[in-house]
Design a protein around this ligand. Structure first.
Ligand SMILES: *Cc1c(COP(=O)(O)O)cnc(C)c1O
Length: 390
């Protein structure tokens, strides 16, 4: 595999998104990567002796996307896998086994929380959850093998500072992994802030078109090699067609995210002054509790914003039912705007008190801002938020 860190170090993110990982030009070669749907390959004795096979994630399509994301992250290597949850579970299994311990932030994607609380204890892996802005040091044990957090946090869009956690991890020689799905490598380069391993749900911004399920792990070469061994054994590989779509989506990552950053900031400012809105959660707003941290570590504040409708969940449901452009659907990061209510999706299993404690007030709506025109999105929100005709 070519070394993206050395070949394309000096390029900008949009250039990397288009070109990194692409084989050098040759007369007659296609400009677009061919979709190679062959599961297996003629295994003639060759110099590196590596057996190519779809499940091993080492075909041309797999390698190219792994290298592209590694270049975007400034990582030594990258691995494309079958889903965001596959990326997270393989990363954890790379560092932790029976008898080991993880310290994780207490605000995590629901699937990750289920993995840590329900599945991993069956394998003998225990997790202590901490406030991401709290005292991680107090949760360390002699058998702690991994520190894990998400930045920004879903759906409150808090931006806990990962840098003190990175310092603690390095002080103790414990790897530090983050799920940077919400940030994307356009808005945040976690490795520059001391993170060792970055995971993404490629389903979201990296793919960007809500038409595939994929995951990415980026980090040091030995870690990626180990994760690949776990991938071979557990088997959650990505099929070639989805990888091909993921590569195509990645090429426009920078311009999509820049557009989404700009539109979300405008919508957040507009919503903050709207009489039907009780609160707006967006790290780009000066009154956001983590605005200072966000300004320091993020290159853009992102395309995700949450707001609280006055009148509670019934009023929020009414708003959701009046959208014409914004689709009411879970997931995020696509070109189309999507809205969901965490009380019906990610946080449906919590009691009302637990939800309130997690910062999810009654009437809370999460909006994944797409690439539609600002005026059209604002118009859709305005119509949906308008008082009902008497
Ligand atoms: C969606 C998501 C995941 C899981 O990704 P899948 O591709 O659905 O497996 C993990 N983390 C975050 C932050 C997500 O938004």
């Amino acid at each position: 595999m070519q070394d993206p860190a050395t070949t394309v170090k000096s390029r900008g993110a949009s250039t990397l998104a288009v070109h990194a990982g692409t084989p050098a030009a040759a007369a007659g070669a296609p400009v677009v990567t061919p979709l190679i749907s062959s599961a297996t390959f003629h295994n003639l004795p060759g110099p590196d002796g590596e057996v190519l096979y779809g499940r091993y994630a080492n075909t041309e399509n797999h390698r190219l996307v792994g290298a592209k994301v590694a270049a975007l992250e400034g990582a030594e290597a990258g691995l494309v896998v079958g889903s965001g949850m596959a990326a997270i579970s393989l990363t954890i299994l790379t560092f932790a086994g029976s008898g080991d311990h993880i310290v994780a932030a207490d605000s995590l994607y629901g699937g990750t929380r289920t993995l840590l609380t329900r599945e991993l204890p069956r394998l003998g892996i225990e997790t202590t959850f901490v406030d991401p802005a709290g005292r991680w040091r107090d949760a360390l044990q002699p058998n702690t093998r991994l520190l894990y957090m998400e930045v920004p946090v879903n759906p409150t869009l808090r931006v806990p500072d990962p840098r003190p956690v990175a310092s603690l991890a390095h002080e103790h020689g414990i790897p530090f992994a983050v799920d940077a799905t919400f940030a994307t490598p356009i808005n945040w380069r976690p490795i520059r802030d001391g993170v060792d391993v970055v995971v993404h749900s490629g389903t979201k911004y990296l793919g960007g078109h809500s038409d595939l399920i994929a995951g990415i792990i980026a980090g040091p070469r030995p870690v990626i090699a180990q994760a690949r061994e776990h991938l071979k054994a557990f088997g959650p590989s990505l099929d070639p067609h989805a990888i091909w779509l993921l590569e195509r989506g990645l090429k426009t990552l920078a311009i999509r995210v820049e557009r989404q950053n700009a539109t979300a900031l405008e919508l957040a400012r507009w919503l903050a002054d709207h009489p039907a809105v009780a609160a707006v959660h967006y790290p780009g707003l000066e009154r956001h509790p983590d605005h200072a941290v966000a300004k320091e570590i993020l290159a853009g504040f992102g395309g995700m914003l949450s707001f609280v409708v006055r009148g509670g969940d019934a009023a929020a449901c009414r708003v959701m039912s009046r959208f014409e452009l914004v689709a009411v659907a879970p997931s995020l990061g696509g070109v189309e705007s999507l809205a969901s209510m965490p009380c019906h999706t990610s946080h449906a299993a919590l009691s009302r008190d637990q939800r309130l404690a997690a910062g999810i007030d009654d009437g809370f709506i999460r909006l994944s801002v797409g690439i539609e025109d600002l005026d059209d999105l604002r118009g859709d929100l305005e119509r949906a938020l308008a008082p009902e005709a008497p």
